[in-house]
Design a binder for this molecule. Structure first.
Ligand SMILES: [Zn+2]
Ligand SMILES: [Zn+2]
Length: 430
């Protein structure tokens, strides 16, 4: 029996015996968490085996909605295509929003598990394997567990909770819109309006780690396209035209000076990458135009705007110097996933109680998250939950076909979101 299979087979009992987390929760809540964990594991394995691409999470949304209805919640479905929101009304205290993303990726699973995905789907017209390679199956199962625990508190719940099950965090298989931005546009936060939003993402930190930080946690992600227009001529007679290839090359180098020479290096890390250069047909023709495309990442909203301005200035002025023109188009992607510093300070002791020494300051990551839309509306706190198994040979990054989430992290996730909700409500009582 391969090691990974043995690992999976022994995981359930490890989950039940896990002493990875001991938050200071009321005993009844602790018992509720203990009682729901076998179901959380079962849900997670079922979801893992039945992954669905963005805006196609029909089965997943059905499983979630049925569960929330069985708990007696008011349930809204079909938000931003397949999104589900459960509203749990408690006392007069504050409202907390908890968010889990539901979608999977066009990745063919290579993990040796009894519940490995064999699913297939269509992505941009291509037949692809589908896998929860980013671990969103864990997020959904954890939040279903939290819903059961908090619903079980009945009248003892001091405030209200919005359970947000979001589609299409990873984009959609046909380029259609979706995700957090669309959920908000369709009223996800309208009633009741949350006072704070919490979410988590599984990540290859050691299993049971809870990692976060105040301020920018995950980068903003924008893309750009620069079209450099020159004047086509014979490759042997460059003076008769304007060479967009040489101009585009100067622009590539100019763009690299934005981060290295122009931005305050002590403020925040930033990236300007050129990912593609496209122009020309054959060796002895200087073409009419060249296209550059690339990506921009940073952790600070003002720096993000500044980089956009400097890209425009750099490209257009270099082109102008050569007698060419540069048309710069910047497409805004996800914003900075920024943890509200006040909320971070308020909730850090809760996370310390949940994870003990495994509560650590997260490194910033240059990947992006559309949780940022929710955290732009109300104070937000986003966590990484460590799911890396002990055996280093089984540790792979998110989006790898070998990404494997150790289930011993699941109770830590349930405990973290439950404790954040209850401690926030206790602190913010009217
Ligand atoms: Zn992902
Ligand atoms: Zn993800």
């Amino acid at each position: 029996m391969p090691r990974s299979l043995r690992l999976a087979a022994t995981t359930l009992c490890l989950v039940l015996l896990s002493s990875l987390a001991l938050a200071d929760l009321p005993q009844a809540v602790d018992r509720g968490i203990e009682a729901v964990m076998p179901d959380v594991v079962t849900w997670r394995r079922d979801l893992h085996q039945h992954p669905e691409l963005g805006n196609r999470e029909f089965r997943t949304a059905g499983v979630v909605a049925d569960h929330l209805r069985a708990l007696g919640m008011e349930v809204r479905t079909g938000i931003a295509h397949t999104g589900v929101i459960g509203v749990l009304r408690g006392g007069d205290g504050p409202t907390v929003a908890l968010r889990a993303d539901m979608d999977a990726l066009p990745v063919t699973e290579l993990v040796d598990l009894p519940f490995a995905s064999r699913a297939r789907g269509e992505y941009l017209g291509q037949d692809v394997g589908v896998m929860h390679a980013c671990g969103h199956d864990n997020h959904v199962a954890i939040l279903m567990g939290v819903a059961e625990v908090l619903a079980g508190m009945g009248e003892d719940l001091p405030g209200s909770v919005l359970f947000i099950f979001q589609p299409a965090e990873e984009g959609t298989p046909d380029g259609s819109v979706g995700g957090a931005e669309l959920m908000l546009a369709e009223g996800a936060f309208d009633e009741p309006r949350p006072d704070a939003v919490f979410g988590l993402h599984v990540f290859p930190y050691p299993v049971g780690t809870v990692a976060t930080r105040p301020g920018g946690l995950m980068a903003s992600s924008d893309s750009y396209k620069i079209t450099v227009k020159g004047k086509q001529t014979h490759g042997a007679v460059p003076w008769a035209g304007v060479d967009p290839i040489v101009t585009a090359s100067q622009i590539v180098l100019g763009l690299q000076t934005i981060v290295s020479r122009q931005l305050d290096a002590t403020l925040t890390p930033s990236i300007v990458t050129v990912g593609k250069i496209d122009g020309g047909v054959r060796s002895n023709i200087i073409p009419e135009s060249v296209d550059l495309i690339g990506t921009i990442r940073t952790f600070d909203a003002a720096t993000r705007v500044e980089i956009h301005e400097r890209i425009r200035r750099t490209a257009t002025h270099i082109a102008e110097a050569a007698g060419a023109t540069a048309d710069v188009q910047i497409d805004l992607g996800y914003g900075v996933t920024r943890n509200d510093p006040g909320l971070y300070r308020q909730m850090a002791p809760t996370l310390q109680a949940v994870a003990g020494e495994q509560f650590i300051e997260a490194q910033q990551t240059t990947t992006a998250e559309d949780f940022s839309y929710f955290a732009n509306e109300v104070p937000g706190l986003f966590l990484f939950l460590g799911v890396a198994p002990d055996d280093p040979e089984l540790v792979y990054p998110n989006h790898s076909p070998r990404f494997y989430a150790d289930e011993r992290a699941l109770p830590v996730g349930v405990r973290a979101l439950t404790a954040l909700t209850l401690d926030f409500m206790a602190a913010e009582q009217p």
